[in-house]
Structures are given as structure tokens and as C-alpha cells.
Design a binder for this molecule. Structure first.
Ligand code: HEC
Length: 201
């Protein structure tokens, strides 16, 4: 086959540009998978930025550890309202595992002031526990690159007190959080408490 000298160089340049474009595309897809657009935002220093729209996420459940039942000193007072990004929720329901970039956000909320010794109070609906002031945020993030030493999950605290919360937080040491999740949770997440909503048809 005769190669036309006039077109050879431009054709080479075109092929080179096209292959760079394809390779960049592949790299972008790979990057998007490990760091999806709906995933966590990080500061340059590697701290986690507190998401701002989590009240629009999927609500998974609300374990309750009242102060009154924990000697007045519940470790995580008192409702633990757990939210996850809608995209991660959909992926979990399809695959049975949490995708890269999942944020499980636990917002603490106090109960109405106690009337009885068990911490309960009274409303027209009956005697019980009723939600009151917001009281802090804890987060776990799935990122197998950053947190491979703690089973792919990192743990963060944005304050155990009323808002405004901290805007960013550094990952906490294994003793503070991950250790207990490694020892006691089902693959790092206490999924059994969220199953009714995760499995709901
Ligand atoms: C002594 C064990 C223990 C320690 C330490 C601990 N957790 Fe947990 N964590 C739990 C349990 C049990 C649950 C589920 C029940 C509940 O919330 O009471 C939970 C739930 C969570 C959840 C909701 C998602 C899930 O896995 O169920 C997040 C987020 C979380 N913890 C973050 C943290 C952070 C951040 C720290 C450190 C500041 C921390 N945890 C320390 C035991 C622990």
C-alpha cells in the first residue's frame, strides 16, 4: 500500500490526539467510580467537609440511648438519626454492599426534658421520648484508598453539641471509633438497625 506522504503526518497527529482523549476519558471514569460526584468533599489537608444537604438524604433509622438510662452520660446523646446519600442507598439495595463514597451521617438529637426517672415525658400520644434539640454529628465514610487500614471506613466527629457544627473534621484514630465498629458491627456498619428501611419493598 502506498502511503500518501502529504497525509501521513496529520494522520499521526490526529491518532495521537484521539488516543490521549480516550485515555483521559478512561481515567476520568475510573476516578468518578472511586470518587463519585455525590461523594464526600475533602480539604487539601485531607479533612472531611461537613455535607450541607443531608436532611434531604435517605433516613435509615434512629437508635436511642437516653441520658437517663445511661447514668446521665450517654456516649452519643440521645436519638441517633442516621442518613445516607440517595445514590448510595440505591446502590446498596441493588448490590447489598455500600459503594465507594458512601457517607453514613449520624445526627444526635436530645429528647424532651425528662418528667419521669427513666427520662420519659408525656404528650397527648402517650408517655415516651420525644425529639428536641439537635446535638452533634458523627460520620463514617467508605473510601478504600484513604482508610484501607480500618476496613475501608474513616470516622469523623463534627462536635457533640448543638449546631453550628464544625465545618471540617480530621479522621479519628482507630481507638476512638473504628476499633469498636471493627469488633462489633456487620462489616463496619450496624446495618441490623437499618434493615427495616434498607430492605423495605
Ligand atoms: C463502643 C463502640 C462504639 C464506638 C467507640 C463508636 N461507635 Fe459508632 N456506633 C456504635 C453502635 C453500636 C452503633 C449503632 C447503634 C447506635 O447508634 O447506638 C453506631 C453507629 C454509628 C454510625 C451510624 C452508622 C452505623 O455504622 O450504624 C456512625 C456514623 C458512627 N457510629 C460513627 C462513629 C464515630 C464517628 C465514632 C467515634 C467518634 C464512633 N462511631 C464510635 C458503636 C460505637
Amino acid at each position: 500500500m502506498q502511503i500518501n506522504q502529504k497525509f501521513f503526518l496529520p494522520a499521526c497527529v490526529l491518532a495521537f490526539v484521539a488516543s490521549i482523549a480516550v485515555l483521559t476519558g478512561i481515567a476520568n471514569i475510573a476516578h468518578a467510580k472511586s470518587n463519585p460526584s455525590w461523594g464526600p468533599k475533602w480539604t487539601r489537608a485531607g479533612d472531611l467537609v461537613l455535607p450541607s444537604d443531608y436532611h434531604e438524604w435517605v433516613f435509615l433509622g434512629s437508635p436511642l440511648t437516653p441520658h437517663a438510662l445511661n447514668g446521665g452520660k450517654a456516649a452519643f446523646p440521645e436519638y441517633h438519626n442516621v442518613y445516607v446519600q440517595p445514590e448510595a442507598y440505591v446502590a446498596y439495595r441493588e448490590t447489598g454492599s455500600w459503594p465507594e463514597g458512601t457517607i453514613l451521617l449520624k445526627e444526635l438529637q436530645l429528647t424532651r426534658p425528662a418528667v419521669h426517672d427513666d427520662g420519659s415525658s408525656m404528650e397527648v400520644s402517650g408517655r415516651g421520648f420525644f425529639p428536641a434539640a439537635l446535638n452533634g454529628i458523627d460520620i463514617s465514610v467508605k473510601d478504600s484508598k484513604r482508610f484501607k487500614d480500618t476496613n475501608n471506613w474513616g470516622f469523623f466527629n463534627f462536635g457533640h453539641r448543638p449546631p453550628p457544627y464544625e465545618k471540617t473534621a480530621a479522621a479519628l484514630p482507630i481507638d476512638a471509633c473504628a476499633g469498636c465498629h471493627i469488633a462489633n458491627a456487620d462489616n463496619m456498619v450496624f446495618s441490623k438497625f437499618y434493615k427495616p428501611i434498607l430492605d423495605a419493598k
